[in-house]
Ligand binder design. Structure first.
Ligand code: KG4
Ligand code: ZN
Length: 325
């Protein structure tokens, strides 16, 4: 079964054709990220205008010489203006082609980037699994009892891990290059010590908002903002975020006697995070780097494994779509 998947929740416009949930036949991404640089953050108005410009060429390119049986579309969470472009386009295609349409939750779908690999069509031995979604807007833990049943276990009570990376990157002068810039800069020249938030409470929740205050304090305390200081601070920030993510995920593994770990979302591209998970004594799966940040391929995979076709009339963009399933 081929699914045409459409993703437009933020500043990426993406379309892909996915076969049987595991094989990428095409995947096209257009991004307006660079256009937001001068504003210090994503400007929703600019993002949605770019979505409108890019949506048809992106879908046309992705479907060139490929047929499909159903359409999947991200309905939320995300920016309303951006979501509307993908959702209304998908509904129009469903109406014109009379093909089934499947609404997709963007955050849950990040996990399915792991399934875009034929090895994952037989998954039983990996469950129950703990799935960690770490992106710019979300930090969530789920229990997966098979390849479609998900139960939300906990999440951030304030900032997401990606947001903590992004705010630090901006403070250190890396503009909108976010977590990737922190990863590339991180090097321990001397010791900077930051607190590890929420490491020893009883929940599976996270909190990263205190981190930015602690970083700011370190920044102001030191008059020396040399390259060595910046790289040492970046190193420690990356250590704190990855320590907390691994600690809470392992706590969930113990609580639910899980057999494996899946991670997904933009922050799952982080090499230090992968290294720490690889050192644990439990099978660990992460998507290829190119499938961690926003794209439509995992939207198509999610739709295959977990989606349900609905009447196109009933689909609406849902900027605040919940992830506590
Ligand atoms: O999943 P994503 O593309 O968009 C959302 O759904 O939010 O995630 C974007 C986030 C940003 O916060 C970005 O800084 C972070 O992923 N990110 C990284 C890395 N690459 C992207 N964070 C840490 N290390 C990386 N290598
Ligand atoms: Zn995302």
């Amino acid at each position: 079964m081929n699914i045409l998947a459409i993703e437009s929740s933020c500043d990426e416009t993406a379309a892909a054709v996915i076969k049987d949930g595991t094989e990428i036949l095409s995947s096209i991404i257009a991004s307006s990220q660079a256009m937001h640089d001068k504003y210090g953050g994503i400007v929703p108005e600019v993002a949605s205008r770019e979505q409108l410009k890019c949506i048809l060429p992106t879908i046309t390119e992705a479907t060139k010489s490929l047929d499909y049986d159903a359409i999947a579309v991200t309905i939320g969470p995300g920016l309303i203006g951006s979501l509307l472009i993908g959702v209304e386009t998908a509904k129009t295609i469903a109406y014109v082609t009379k093909k089934p349409i499947i609404p997709v939750n963007h955050v849950l779908a990040h996990i399915y980037a792991n399934f875009l690999d034929s090895r994952f069509s037989i998954l039983d031995s990996r469950f129950p699994a703990i799935a960690l979604v770490v992106s710019g807007g979300h930090t969530e833990l789920f229990l997966m009892t098979n390849n479609k049943d998900l139960k939300w276990l906990g999440g951030t009570i304030d900032d997401a891990a990606g947001e903590a990376f992004d705010k630090t990157a901006r403070l250190l002068g890396f503009g909108s290059r976010g977590g990737l810039a922190i990863q590339e800069t991180a090097e321990k020249s001397f010791t900077v010590k930051l607190p590890r938030p929420l490491l020893h409470d009883d929940t599976l929740n996270f909190s990263f908002s205190g981190l930015k205050t602690a970083i700011m304090r370190e920044w102001q305390k030191n008059s020396d903002h040399s390259k060595k200081f910046v790289s040492s601070l970046a190193y420690e920030v990356q250590e704190v975020i990855t320590d907390v993510l691994v600690y809470k995920t392992m706590k969930a593994v113990e609580t639910y006697d899980a057999k494996s770990i899946f991670i997904g979302g933009g922050v799952s591209a982080n090499l230090r995070l992968r290294e720490k998970f690889q050192k644990t004594d439990i099978p660990f799966y992460c998507p290829p780097i190119s499938l961690c940040t926003d794209n439509a391929a995992y939207i198509g995979s999610y739709a295959f494994f977990r989606g349900h076709p609905v009447d196109w009339h009933s689909i609406e963009a849902a900027p605040n779509l919940i992830v506590e399933v």
